[in-house]
Design a protein around this ligand. Sequence first.
Ligand code: BES
Ligand code: MN
Length: 451
Amino acid sequence: MTVRTEEELRAAIRREMPGVRADLERLVRIPGIAFAGFDHGHVERSADAVAELLRGAGVPDVRIVRKGGQPAVIGRRPAPPGAPTVLLYAHHDVQPVGDLAQWASDPFEPVERDGRLYGRGVADDKAGVMAHIAALRAFGDDLPVGVVVFVEGEEEYGSESLEDLLREYREDIAADVIVIADSGNWDVGQPALTTGLRGIVNGFVEVRTLEKAVHSGMFGGAVPDALITLSRLIASLHDENGDVAVEGLLRMPSAPLDYPEERLREEAGMIEGVRFIGTGRLVERLWTRPAIAILGIDAPPTSGAPNALVPVAKAKFSVRIAPGDSAQRVYDSVVEHLRAHAPWGARVTVELEQLGEPCVIDAAGPAYDAAREAFAAAWDGAQPVDMGIGGSIPFIATFQEMFPKAAILVTGVEDPQTGAHGPNESLHLAEFERVCIAEALLLSKVSRLTV
Ligand code: BES
Ligand code: MN
């Protein structure tokens, strides 16, 4: 086997980038959205395209698999004798585009502006898929590790069948190192390993005060309407400071990074005069403490609303939970809180939508050392930092449980301007090349670990 030097790998990635970019654009043109109500034929085409890319990148055993949900792609290439096997994860499905009017260009027709490529999924997570392909192409026939490439087709829709897939194909996907390319870096030019992710608890709360709508003049003043009642119940979820008021939720210390207030304001697009909520360092509020948001409300629309007391209203809540907490326990606490705070004796019903576990990664050991070296080299000497993210990748906890000895590296292409899930999602192209170089260097360094 030819041993490639760092310089050779860099040069190989540079040579591959135009093709990688073209294939990324091809993937972005396939609107594969796993959500209910979307044409899942596109997800099928997207899986086919990923399978083709893997075969073309020298992965001999490629299969499209499913367990009731959307198609995932598993590609395998056995390890050379004595070398470790690396699992490369990404997802090929994307978020819906939301309000099209907010997009400066067609979400499914990628375009470059000022060094960034724009389109839905161009970063999250089709660039993750292509970073794996790029690293494989850089080695050609001389791949020094075994690989299992696992590209999921329904991550954005909650990975419902992933657990079953992992259990069914457990033997096929077992690996010594797992690279999950679905996060990002601390800043452009500043690489990071993601070492903590929050979990997620989504559900619905319905409040009923009346059997039916009644005249708001005849009854208002003595009879509570469901929307005011729901508003008070929702208001009870935070205290005066804007900290979560539900009891029993875990709060953890976070990485020693500082998120400058101005940067956060700017990245979130907070309008002038709006203040932050909660207490503690900003990174703690974002990464290692709980947060609760209301994502939607079912109630009569304002246009055409009659002068009537609303009998029933429903809200969707979303709780992000700290690394180390348990999703089921948090859900139980939220249910208890909502029942105990029912205003004016209203009937409160709570329904679960989704539980996703948080995770903490102890990023110590030879695989993490290799990753840090690879990152520093790819970013011309900038040392990677450990960071958290406030978002969730619930199946990492499943990987930890199924493969307790494997080192899990959470990497990715996102930067603070990426705008994943929002309009005008974009990829910083120069940073993308560094991510690809880093992954090639990582595979090379990991190949020298003893297994
Ligand atoms: N790529 C994200 C996770 C992420 C979020 C990484 C923020 C970096 C920064 C992932 O695709 C995602 O959006 N996950 C969902 C999880 C849900 C569907 C269970 C999330 O966090 O909402
Ligand atoms: Mn993602």
